[in-house]
Design a protein around this ligand. Structure first.
Ligand code: FES
Length: 123
């Protein structure tokens, strides 16, 4: 597969992505997530912007992807970090450090479903 900036790239078949699931795809050596939630297809970066966990191993909560590692939630439409799971593990845990909570937003990408049954991602 070849991609140029902003050019849609065929990443997988629509039937490869089951309802309420996410799969890992690769484009030009980079990894992304393609998922289907509430009947809609979406795409985002593969790794959580907090500490880089694979997001396709997470789950959904409302309109959010929930990271499997620390439970931060990202809106699948905007990529914005919308919820941070509180941690109460005592004073010596790194989770008590406000810096530990620092996270960017998730990058999301436009996707189209072609008449050929494939999902095209604009990377
Ligand atoms: S790695 Fe995703 S919330 Fe920490």
């Amino acid at each position: 597969m070849q991609s140029l900036s902003g050019v849609p790239v065929r990443v997988c078949r629509l039937e490869d992505v089951k309802d309420e699931s996410m799969v890992l795809v690769r484009v030009d050596g980079r990894e992304y997530v393609v998922g289907k939630h509430n009947g809609r297809v979406f795409a985002c970066d593969a790794h959580c912007p907090h500490r880089y966990a694979y997001l396709h191993r997470g789950h959904f909560n409302d309109n959010n992807i929930v990271c499997p590692l620390h439970g931060f939630e990202f809106d699948i439409d905007t990529g914005r970090l919308v919820k941070i799971k509180p941690w109460h593990n005592g004073n010596n845990w790194p989770e008590q450090d406000p810096e530990w909570y620092r996270s960017g937003d998730l990058r999301v990408y436009r996707v189209d479903v072609g008449e050929d049954g494939y999902i095209y991602m604009h990377v």
